[in-house]
Design a protein around this ligand. Structure first.
Ligand code: SF4
Length: 186
């Protein structure tokens, strides 16, 4: 991408201007994600909670759903995907315009969850490329917001490697960080 002219904002120490068109585009894209919700199962209840005013993911520019894949750039796969649904999901993904991203919402979408049987797809990455995995059955809305922020970071950096949302609380890690040894009860 070509360089843009540096802009100096006189009399202000807080102003800035990006110098690369690619950075400007990434900044615009990460705050204007249009989601296509592919909701199939019980994770959908938590998806509704995420959309409520309490968690308000419109703060991140990602609240507007589009029910046409051609108008979407972020595919949210929410719930279990059966073998019969797999071609439909693949078709939806193929109809989305580039650049596009995929978020696996919950353990079933990420790896099939406890549905270890012949009818269930063991993770949507068997069908489509996946950018962010949000584990949990279902994941808490806070974890999904973490996944959204993780995706925004990846859009900024152009990193297309898959990433997994880490748990906010890890008792063993917390004990180790303060120099204590985890016990059997931890
Ligand atoms: S991860 Fe749990 S809550 Fe989500 S679809 Fe699977 S079984 Fe349902």
């Amino acid at each position: 991408m070509g360089e843009l002219n540096q802009v100096t904002l006189e009399g202000s120490g807080t102003g800035f201007a990006t110098t690369k068109l690619s950075e400007l585009l990434a900044w615009a894209r990460k705050y204007s994600l249009f989601k296509y919700p592919f909701v199939t199962a019980c994770c959908g209840m938590e998806f509704m909670a995420l959309s409520s005013p309490r968690f308000d993911h419109s703060r991140f520019g990602a609240e507007a759903p589009r029910f046409s894949p051609r108008q979407s750039d972020l595919l949210w796969v929410v719930g279990t995907i059966s073998q019969r649904q797999a071609p439909v999901l693949r078709r939806v993904y193929e109809q989305m315009m580039e650049p596009k991203w995929v978020l696996a919402f919950g353990t079933c979408a990420s790896c099939g969850g406890f549905y270890d049987n012949y009818t269930t797809v063991a993770g949507i990455d068997k069908i489509i490329p996946t950018d962010v995995y949000v584990p949990g059955c279902p994941p808490r809305p806070e974890a999904v917001i973490d996944g959204l922020l993780l995706l925004q970071d990846k859009i900024t950096s152009g990193d297309r490697r898959p990433a997994i949302v880490k748990p906010r609380e890890d008792p063993i890690r917390d004990l180790v960080s303060i120099g204590k040894k985890p016990s059997a009860e931890t």
